[in-house]
Design a protein around this ligand. Structure first.
Ligand code: PGA
Length: 266
């Protein structure tokens, strides 16, 4: 895992956007796995800027989102459909037909999930997956104790996640208990993963994920078994890591050919 500590959230977003830009310039029909929540907003802003000011082209891109709430309308202000359109899709030239987000209103959740997996396979697999991390170490909505080989399915959220996401709902409005999420096994099949994490509230999860044991108690820790994962964080999120000096040393001494991206297009 490559750990990149940037001075600010905005700097980190630029680093992550550069990795995606590098991928899209080399592989314009790349398949992106996308995430929602507060974490990737700065990254999406930077991608929009690159689209507007540097001609970054999304016309060949296919996307698969990690997750969606079950049982709220897709135009609900807290839905991930709405989030993705407001924060990225409405501002770049990705074709609507290439966008995939789990349907939280499907009548047949198991069939929808199996079809979602099949669509990812038919698209050739995910080239680059954007990830955030929950305070408990979840990725997607794979809460602690999720199977580390799980596939896309329904999950029940923990009280901690429900409380963390209350801010996206009106005061007093119930946060859905259920979600559809790509599985941990689905996520780690992505050729490259780029995880972002910001703020002191994520420090414990970041340290558990990068330096702790691989355990279903911290589903993100499975990324230690992934060949191409980049973790881009700010200093508060790095505060509980023990080998920070080494990570900074590696990043500042990267050979030129690795500077933009360590990751080959497969
Ligand atoms: P956040 O959520 O980006 O809103 O902090 C991250 C997550 O729960 O995966």
């Amino acid at each position: 895992m490559e750990i990149v500590i940037q001075p600010t959230h905005a700097d980190a977003a630029v680093v992550a956007a550069r990795v995606i830009e590098d991928l899209l310039r080399r592989k314009p029909n790349a398949v992106l796995g996308l995430a929602t929540g507060g974490t990737p907003v700065g990254l999406y802003k930077e991608l929009i800027r690159l689209h507007r000011e540097a001609g970054l082209d999304f016309s060949g891109v296919t996307s698969f989102n990690l997750d969606e709430y079950v049982g709220i309308p897709s135009d609900h202000p807290a839905s991930y459909h709405r989030f993705m359109h407001e924060n990225l899709f409405d501002h770049v030239n990705i074709p609507a037909a290439n966008i995939h987000i789990p349907d939280g209103n499907t009548r047949d959740i198991p069939k929808f999930c199996a079809d979602y997996e099949e669509k990812i396979r038919q698209a050739g697999g995910i080239d680059l997956q954007v990830l955030g991390i929950g305070h408990d170490g979840h990725i997607g909505f794979n809460e602690s104790t999720s199977s580390l080989v799980s596939r896309t399915r329904i999950k029940t959220l923990t009280e901690e996640t429900i409380a963390a996401n209350q801010r996206f709902f009106k005061p007093g409005e119930a946060v859905p208990r259920h979600v559809i999420t790509m599985g941990v096994g689905t996520i780690i099949e992505a050729r490259t993963c780029v995880m972002l994490a910001f703020g002191a509230g994520k420090a414990r999860a970041v340290a558990a994920m990068a330096e702790g044991p691989i355990t279903a108690m911290c589903p993100a820790s499975i990324l230690q078994m992934h060949r191409q994962t980049m973790l881009v964080i700010d200093p508060p999120a790095a505060a509980q890591l023990t080998k920070t000096a080494y990570y900074n040393h590696v990043y500042s001494n990267k050979p030129d050919f690795q500077k933009l991206s360590a990751f080959p297009v497969v």
